[in-house]
Design a protein around this ligand. Structure first.
Ligand code: SAM
Length: 238
């Protein structure tokens, strides 16, 4: 039997209106929609974002992924979930894997896609890009990422401020995702680099409880939501 197509669909970062027409079209065309959630709970933000657009009664299958950095556990979960998805595709069904923001930007979809391509290279894959969290956040904060010959880069803050130190001399603007765990360490680094005045923290962008904080120092010692990122404009901070 001819296999179905695997679609990776970005559903935007939090505001359900920041989804593309193409994404909505695919969500209403496929037979099955896969939504990733942490193995601790069933909640899927991507599904929350997408559900008002899913009008064709596609079957929704939740896939659980552990929130761990342990490579072996992660690979096991990618493989198991890839097999589950593949079982539907091999019945000839078109399926969509939805992700918040963009599917190929810090997303589980990337690993699942590569695992499926390795297991079954004949399966057609199509990726529908999404509005990323940092595009929505810079818009909400009205901060320019780059103009003229400037450069910007996107890094992970999950280890603290080390990556920021490595890149800050080469670019004008740094976007740090995953800042929620080590916010204080990141604030220390901004202070050390003398650029803390150029930082903006955006949490739960596009949601009812969105926060845009132009002085993240005042959040020191506080817990910020998982959906938080930092925009650092070097020149503004000096
Ligand atoms: C696993 S990454 C997902 C990135 C996503 N695929 C994208 O294109 O932006 C999760 C991180 O994205 C950022 N993020 C995602 N949605 C966000 C939102 N609505 N507001 C603020 N940050 C968000 C946070 O830094 C969070 O820790």
């Amino acid at each position: 039997m001819k296999p179905g197509t695997l679609y990776g669909v970005g559903v935007g970062p939090g505001d359900p209106e920041l989804i593309t027409i193409k994404a909505v079209k695919v969500l209403n065309q496929v037979e099955v929609i896969f939504a990733a959630s942490s193995s601790k709970n069933e909640y899927s933000l991507a599904l929350e974002n997408a559900k008002s657009h899913m009008l064709n009664g596609a079957e929704v299958v939740r896939l659980s992924f552990p929130m761990t950095r342990e490579q072996e556990m992660l690979e096991k979960a990618w493989e198991e979930n890839a097999r589950r998805i593949l079982a539907f595709i091999q019945q000839g069904k078109d399926v969509a894997f939805i992700t918040i923001g963009d599917p190929l930007t810090y997303s589980t979809f990337g690993y699942v896609m590569e695992t499926i391509q390795e297991m079954a290279p004949e399966v057609p894959v199509s990726v529908i890009p999404g509005v990323t969290s940092y595009q929505a956040a810079t818009a909400a904060a009205r901060e320019i990422m780059a103009a003229q010959e400037q450069t910007f880069c996107v890094i992970s803050g999950s280890e603290g401020g080390e990556q920021l130190k490595e890149v800050i001399n080469k670019v004008d603007c740094v976007i740090m995702l995953k800042v929620y765990k080590h916010l204080d360490k990141i604030l220390d680094t901004l202070e050390e680099l003398g650029i803390k005045g150029g930082a903006t923290l955006v949490s739960r962008c596009g949601m009812e409880d969105q926060i845009v904080c132009k002085n993240p120092e005042k959040l020191r010692g506080k817990k910020v939501p998982y959906l938080s990122l930092m925009i650092v404009k070097k020149e503004k901070g000096k």
